[in-house]
Design a protein around this ligand. Sequence first.
Ligand SMILES: Nc1ncnc2c1ncn2[C@@H]1O[C@H](COP(=O)(O)OP(=O)(O)OP(=O)(O)O)[C@@H](O)[C@H]1O
Length: 712
Amino acid sequence: MDTDIQSAYQEELLRLEEAGRIISRQLDELNAMSRYNGSDFTEQVLEGLREETRHKLAVALPEPYFGRLDFQEAGHSDPTPLYIGKAGVEDRIGGHPLVIDWRAPVASLFYSFTGGDGPAEYDSPDGLVEGLVYLKRNLVIRKQILQRVTDSYLRGSSQGAVTDEFLLYRLGENKDNKLRDIVSTIQAEQDKIIRAAKNKALIIQGVAGSGKTTVALHRLAFLLYQYRDQVKAERMIIFAPNRMFLDYISGVLPELGVGDIAQTTFADWALERLDDNLKLGSEAQDLEKRFAVAPHQDTTGNPAESEEPIPSGRWKGSAELADRLSRELDVYEKEYCALQDFTPWEGTRQLPGKTIRHWFYVETVHEPIGKRRQRVEARIRRWLEMELEATRDPKIRKDRKKLAGARLKAYLKSWSPPSALDFYRRLFEPETRPQWVPEQRAEESRKRLAKREVLQEDLAALLYIHNRFYGIHGNDRFDHIVIDEAQDFSPLQVLVLKQHSKNHSFTILGDLAQGIHDYKGVHSWEEFAGLFDGEETETFQLNRSYRSTMEIIQFANGVIAHSGVAVSPAVPVFRSGEQVRVEQTAKRMPAIVQAVRELSEEAHGTIAVIGRTEKECAAIHKELVNAGFSPALLTASQQSYGGGLSVLPVYLSKGFEFDAVLVTDVDETRYKASPRDAKLLYVACTRALHDLRLQYTGQPSPLLPDEEATHS
Ligand SMILES: Nc1ncnc2c1ncn2[C@@H]1O[C@H](COP(=O)(O)OP(=O)(O)OP(=O)(O)O)[C@@H](O)[C@H]1O
């Protein structure tokens, strides 16, 4: 160790010991106080705060901080060492704060400072604060033991910019079965997104591995800290593609000290809201069909795609459909209440239909029709009660009540509460189908809807109708909404979610180059931006990829060049690893088993064998089990991901990452020179952190980049 590093290490060791003593003392004091379980409200609030502090201290004790920034504010004579950790700890050492929360305004300097001797600044509640940075230091502390001290910037030293040494160290680590927090190495371009203003719809295009998911989760933690009086965790929601992915990302928020945020899929959320006893068609079957390999398929892509000019999912998810529905709903509402006079029993007053329609179309007009109907029905019942009260004789009153009850039931039968499914179904029925619904589309939907079966692509339209009928209660509005893998979302889905958002506070993130579900998802981010007023959105682009080695990223860039999608190629962090290995195999299965054996010997924590279809994966899985491995077969119905060795179809691998990846069957029939296949292969390749291998039997896929291209 050279003397500078040694003395830095000694200095940090002493500081850590002192910090440990202070945190332990604070914790002991709090633990010594008896817990309050009584009913006094003030005491309950105080106990809540004490519990929060106990929790924060317990989290801080083993790893109090991860970074240090020495900052001299303009007008001050000395730099102040600022220690930054996951949770702020109040107390002081040498007059300086013990630990500053990573989300505090001053901590932003730690992330935004990229070097140079000029002034640095950060935004504080009192305005811009300027000053000079003297030192940026990363510290690895585990279980109160100082393991590593890395200076990435030192004023006056020969190195001008912040070095990536610590980042590279973190990126070189193996991964387990959960995505992790990145508080110690958030990069400047990511920090901007994390700290962006709350009341905007952020649209983030980021290359594979640029940290989109991770950044979105950190942003939630930031919003909860920065706007603690305005946003609540229970009023935030994350939409992700499937339950297995939700399980994979479920560790990050607790690591950041955040709980209670709903994490769900659009389908689960929509079905719960619709509550219409609907059956959701099997997604697994749909995926397997969509991503099947057609033997006689031409090289322009999926045959289903070329036969169908506008795929059903794109049609049913378009903003244009929302306009059409809106107009149909206007007509429906105008005709909805056509009630005539109501006669409860012969020889008495009638309740005129005109009066009822006045209640409906004038007096309650500001409410959605489902609510109006409830109100009007209640009013009819009140009217009836008053009429009955005018009948003095109890026996006659009883008889009339019975008769009137039966008549009212029959009368209201023709006026059933509005149902989203019924309305939607009418769009596809021969007698009621509007002209703008093509017959071919109607036929397919009609059969399913008759059985109350819906597909994922129907859900946004159904919710749009449901919201119009029943409105949105305060509890159904979110303080913030995150949409991950947003390239697979449709404009109509986002439009519906916008109805559920307060102040259009969104983080929408995705990668068009990974748009393998382009039969339902967007083809350009403009499709989402167009749903908001100009000033309500802000767009970001993340081009640096942190997941994979340079070699893997260059290789994947070569693949995606065939996709025709206009997105910037990924820029690697300078982390070099093994060359990507492309292997032609004579015997497919033995070669797969052999490659898995080799990868397993290389101390990788997570390994994935990525096949083309679920059926092929099942066969590979069987073979690996026979060879003595214990792989997990990941399918569309999977609820969790356990790490280790996995076999999964390429279309399910999106969002995940593995230390080593073997992509099987990269041949000319399974990965053709089509945009869809290019995206699929790109997704597969970009799952690998350190080691990527590809195998094919017969002729190689035309998507495989030339060797020279990947070495440029
Ligand atoms: N600043 C960072 N410091 C350390 N690791 C990072 C950083 N940013 C991202 N990573 C790591 O890069 C990997 C990719 O992150 P993440 O899955 O969030 O990316 P993504 O853009 O959502 O990827 P994809 O589009 O492929 O799903 C993760 O292992 C994450 O921990």
